[in-house]
Design a protein. Sequence first.
Length: 235
Amino acid sequence: MDALMGEQIARAGLADWRKLAQGLHARYLVDDFTTSARFVVAVGEEGDSIGYHPRVSMGPGFVDLKLITPDAVYRDDDDGTELVFEWVTQQDVDLARRISSVAAERGLTADPASVSHVELGLDAADSSRIAPVWAALLTGIAQAQGHGSPSDEIRDPAGRVPNLWFGEPDEGGEARQTFHVEVYVAPEIVEQRIAAAVAAGGTIVDDSQSPGLTVVADQDGHRDIVCADTSSAGR
């Protein structure tokens, strides 16, 4: 299925959901484990009806859901090339709507501002050379290299560990291991999250692309990137 861009997702009006990194995320608040389990069963039945299901995790007082198509297709209109990767498609939007209806029928409240997603970045001059090592360390399977991505990015098919992407090292920065942490949050809480980090002693290093991307450093200079997909935010 074709990958949906930010404006297309925004027009879908998915009030319960937020686009973080590659997928759609939602959190529903629940009173107890039994309520969570029954909700997940109902969500599963909706998925059964179309042959497609979300990724689900449960915890005290919440059920988290993620929707992402493993083989979304992006077509470049300029040169006609196609890329197949993990991304949001129409089937994700359709199932998101169904899940929101199921939650509403059960009186469950969505908490979209609380969803988040973390990815890791590692600067590397030759990612193809070192990626197999990281695939083995993080996931134990070679297929994690480039899984659902046109690059050497490490993505665990089972979703157990954060994605690891590779960036270009700084000029003259050879032999220096530099990790980056990217924290994806809902657009409406970007300022709040950054303000909390600054209040805790952090410093804003670069906000030239804020609110989509803001670089924050701790007292020792370690950098974190706060990200939000503002293009998919509802109008």
